[in-house]
Design a protein. Structure first.
Length: 207
C-alpha cells in the first residue's frame, strides 16, 4: 500500500499567514499615507515617527513612501490568496500552476520588501537617528513575509531561487540608492539652518 506523502503544516498555512501579515502591513501603511497626505501627526509613542514622516525620505516621486508600501503589501495579499479561491476538483491543475507562479512572486516581493526595509533601518539608525515604531514594525513584517515565502513551500531548484533573490536584491538596492541619491542629510541641513549670527560688523570693519 502506497502512503501519501504528508504535507508539512507550514506548507498548508503559510499563505493564510502571509495574507494576515500583509493585511496588517497594508492597514499600517494606509494609515501613514492618510497622515502624510493630510499633514497630520501619527499616533506614536515617540516623536521619531513624525521625524521620519517629515523627512525628505518619506516621499518618492512626490508621493508618500507609505503609499508604495501599501501597494506592496496589497500585492502580497493578492499573491498569497489567489490560489486559495480555486478549490474545485476540476481546477486542481490550474491551482497548481497558480501556486507555482504566485509562490515565486511572493518570494520576489518578500525579498524586495526586506531589502528596502533594511535600507530604511539604516536610515533610521545612522541618518535620521530616530525611533519609528511603524518603520520597525514594517521591517519585521517584511522579514516575516520573506521567511514564510521560502519555508512555506517546497522548491525544486534552490540554486535558481538563490540567484533570483540576489538579482532582486541588487535591483532594489541600486534603484533605492538612485532615488535617494540627491537627498542630503536632513539633520545636518536643519542644524546648518539653525545657526544665527551673534556678532555684527561695524562700519569701520566693513570699510
Amino acid at each position: 500500500m502506497i502512503q501519501r506523502r504528508s504535507n508539512p503544516w507550514i506548507h498548508r498555512y503559510s499563505r493564510p499567514m502571509m495574507a494576515g501579515i500583509a493585511t496588517i502591513g497594508a492597514v499600517g501603511t494606509a494609515y501613514l499615507t492618510i497622515v502624510k497626505l493630510t499633514q497630520g501627526s501619527a499616533a506614536c509613542p515617540t516623536s521619531g515617527c513624525d521625524v521620519v514622516l517629515n523627512s525628505p525620505y518619506a516621499e518618492v516621486f512626490g508621493l508618500p513612501l507609505s503609499l508604495f508600501g501599501f501597494l506592496g503589501y496589497f500585492g502580497m495579499i493578492i499573491f498569497a490568496t489567489a490560489p486559495l479561491f480555486l478549490n474545485a476538483p476540476s481546477q486542481k491543475q490550474l491551482r497548481s500552476k497558480l501556486e507555482n507562479w504566485t509562490g515565486l512572486l511572493l518570494f520576489m516581493g518578500g525579498t524586495a520588501m526586506m531589502v528596502f526595509s533594511g535600507y530604511l533601518m539604516y536610515l533610521l539608525v545612522f541618518v535620521l537617528k530616530a525611533a519609528c515604531t511603524y518603520c520597525i514594525a514594517s521591517a519585521f513584517l517584511s522579514l516575516s513575509l520573506f521567511v514564510l515565502a521560502i519555508i512555506g513551500r517546497e522548491w525544486e531548484d534552490i540554486g535558481q531561487l538563490f540567484f533570483t533573490g540576489i538579482l532582486v536584491s541588487v535591483v532594489v538596492l541600486v534603484g533605492t540608492l538612485g532615488v535617494y541619491a540627491n537627498i542630503t542629510n536632513p539633520r545636518v541641513s536643519t542644524q546648518v539652518g539653525a545657526y544665527t549670527i551673534t556678532t555684527g560688523s561695524g562700519a569701520s570693519e566693513i570699510a
